[in-house]
Unconditional design. Sequence first.
Length: 195
Amino acid sequence: MIKKFVQLFMFGLTLIGCKQQESLNKKLETNNDMEKQSIHQFVVKDIEGNDFNFEKLSGKKIMVVNTASKCGLTPQYKQLEEVFNHYKSDNLIIIGFPANNFMSQEPGTNDEIATFCERNYGVTFPMMSKISVKGDDMHEVYQFLTQKAKNGVADSEVEWNFQKYLLNEKGELEMIISPRTLPNDEKVLNWIEGK
């Protein structure tokens, strides 16, 4: 009698264990199959205050970069502009988001930033209005870029000015590039060229 009870008890535990494992596997499958979200869902303000709809970038590779005018990495504007001019006809667009999150290195107004970029680096790629890329007031585009729950790919943190987020033609996040890695680095160019 006790032997039968132990066997039934063990059988019950096995069934419960199987059901729990089944449930866990379903959760993992759901996480692994997490649908990638698209940056195309956002409409933001450009540096002149006009609406800029990311949906119109469908079919283009996108590099999103947080910029600053008074940073040791500010000369990257030059490489960003060169890469943009070289690849814009190959469906690449670079989007700059000025941000003052790191040691107050972007203190200017939108007008001052636009003048600085044009005068010093001849920037022609689209620049957006100044935003915050971290903290409690993080802009929704950067919430998307830095949170796996929103982008379906990876969690990250903006380390410094000129961090680059690379998105494919569907607006899905593919790569995160360190601020110190130049825009014309081989890794970035290979991504643009699909190598």
